[in-house]
Design a protein around this ligand. Structure first.
Ligand SMILES: Nc1nc2c(ncn2[C@@H]2O[C@H](COP(=O)(O)OP(=O)(O)O)[C@@H](O)[C@H]2O)c(=O)[nH]1
Ligand SMILES: [Mg+2]
Length: 360
C-alpha cells in the first residue's frame, strides 16, 4: 500500500515526509525542479500489538506497514501545461492514496509560489491539477473509443459503449469540479476504470502544515468529499520529534502540551481512508498485524498470510481483541466462550485475533 505526498512547492512535503517516516531527506526553501522521489516504509501505529506482546511474550512483534513517497515538482511545468508532468504522473498513478500537504505556516524566509498564504486557494489549485490529469486521460480514451466502436463486433461493442457512457459521466463531473471519488461508483464501475489510475478517484488526506505557534489551534479547513479527511500537523516540530528517542520525545511533547505525535494520527487516518483494517495473529513466536481490505471474507484474509492457507482453508478461530485482553490468555478466552469458529464467508473485523486451520 502506497501513499504519495503531493502539494505545491515549499508547502513542506519533504518535511512532513520526514515526520511520518522518521527520515532525514533534504528539505530546501528552493525547489530544484527535478523529480527526486523519496520512499520509505512506515509501521502503522497499533497500541494493541504492545498489549498482546505483553501477554504472549513473543520472539518478535510485527506491525502492519505502508509506504510513503515524496516526489518533488508538482507545480511549475505542470501548471503551465494544464496537466502534471508525465514522470510525476507515473509515481502518482500507482499510489493507493494521496496525501496533500497544504501550507498553513507563516515564514517570510520560505517563499510561497503564489506569494501569499491561502489554504482554500491552494487546495483548489491542486485539485484542479488532479482533475486536469484525469480529464486528459478521459479525452484521449473517448476519442479512441468513438473511432473504434463502429468497427467492433457486437459483444465487444456493448462493453465499450458502457465504458464510453461511464467516461462521459466522469468527464461531466470533473468539469463541474467534482472528484471521481465523490461519485459513489459501483464496484462494477470501479472495475471498469481501474486501469486508468485516475487521481481524483484515489482517497485523499489533506494535511495542513501548520506553524509552530498554531499547534494548539490549527486553522480549520472544510473539505466534505467522501473518502477524504483533514488532519493538521506541524511539519517542522513533528520532523524534530521524529528524530528523538522515546524518552526525549516524551519530554518534548510534554513541553508542547501534546500527548502523542500527530504523525501517528496521520498514518492511521491514511490507513483507514484506503479502506484497510488489520487482523491480528498471536503466539509464542510472533504477534503480528496483517493488512486486509475492509469487508474481506475469512478465506481471502487467510491468503494475506499465505496462499496455501487460503487454498486449504478449513475454518478460522476468531476472538475479538477486547475479549482476549479481558480473558488474559487464549485458554481462558476459550473457557469464557468468546472464541468462535467461523467459516470461509465470515467477514473479518478490525482487531479480530485469528487462527486459521487449513489442510493442503
Ligand atoms: N516555519 C516552518 N517552516 C517549515 C515548516 N515546514 C516546512 N518548513 C520549511 O519550508 C521549506 C520547504 O520545506 P520542504 O519540506 O522542502 O517543502 P517541499 O518543497 O514541499 O518539499 C524548508 O525550508 C522547511 O524547513 C513548518 O511547519 N514551519
Ligand atoms: Mg520536497
Amino acid at each position: 500500500m502506497k501513499i504519495a505526498l503531493i502539494g505545491l512547492a515549499n508547502s513542506g512535503k519533504t518535511t512532513v515526509f520526514n515526520a511520518l517516516t522518521r527520515g532525514t531527506a533534504a528539505t530546501t526553501a528552493y525547489s530544484s525542479g527535478q523529480l527526486e522521489p523519496n520512499l520509505a516504509t512506515v509501521k502503522v501505529p497499533d497500541e494493541r500489538l504492545a498489549v498482546l506482546t505483553g501477554i504472549f511474550k513473543p520472539k518478535k512483534t510485527v506491525h502492519a506497514d505502508v509506504q510513503y513517497i515524496d516526489v518533488a515538482g508538482l507545480s511549475g511545468g505542470g501548471r503551465q501545461g494544464g496537466g502534471l508532468p508525465p514522470a510525476l504522473l507515473n509515481y502518482l498513478g500507482t499510489a493507493d492514496a494521496l496525501l496533500h500537504v497544504v501550507r498553513a505556516f507563516e515564514d517570510s524566509g520560505v517563499p510561497h509560489p503564489d506569494g501569499s498564504l491561502d489554504l482554500g486557494r491552494d487546495v483548489q489549485a491542486v485539485d484542479l491539477e488532479l482533475a486536469f490529469s484525469d480529464l486528459a486521460i478521459i479525452e484521449r480514451r473517448l476519442s479512441r473509443l468513438s473511432a473504434e466502436i463502429p468497427k467492433m463486433a457486437a459483444k465487444e461493442k456493448e462493453l465499450r459503449l458502457a465504458e464510453q457512457e461511464l467516461l462521459v459521466r466522469l468527464q461531466a463531473a470533473l468539469e463541474a469540479e467534482t472528484p471521481i471519488r465523490a461519485l459513489g461508483l459501483s464496484d462494477e464501475e470501479q472495475r471498469m476504470i481501474r486501469g486508468y489510475q485516475f487521481l481524483t478517484a484515489k482517497p485523499l488526506l489533506l494535511v495542513p502544515n501548520v506553524g509552530e505557534a498554531q499547534i494548539a489551534a490549527p486553522p480549520t479547513l472544510e473539505y466534505a468529499y467522501p473518502q477524504s479527511a483533514v488532519v493538521p500537523l506541524c511539519g517542522k516540530i513533528e520532523a524534530e520529534l521524529a528524530q528523538l528517542d522515546d524518552e526525549d520525545a516524551q519530554s518534548f511533547m510534554d513541553d508542547l502540551g501534546i500527548t502523542s505525535p500527530a504523525r501517528d494520527l496521520v498514518i492511521q487516518r491514511s490507513y483507514d481512508l484506503m479502506g484497510l483494517i488489520s487482523f491480528l495473529t498471536v503466539g509464542p513466536d510472533e504477534v503480528r498485524a496483517w493488512t486486509i481490505r475492509r469487508g474481506m471474507p475469512a478465506v481471502e484474509a487467510a491468503g494475506a498470510i499465505h496462499s496455501d492457507i487460503q487454498r486449504g482453508f478449513i475454518r478460522a478461530e476468531v476472538v475479538p481483541y477486547a475479549d482476549l485482553v479481558k480473558a488474559g490468555a487464549m485458554a481462558e478466552a476459550k473457557k469464557q466462550g468468546t472464541v468462535r469458529m467461523e467459516g470461509k464467508t465470515y467477514i473479518v473485523q478490525d482487531g479480530d485475533i485469528c487462527h486459521f486451520l487449513f489442510n493442503v
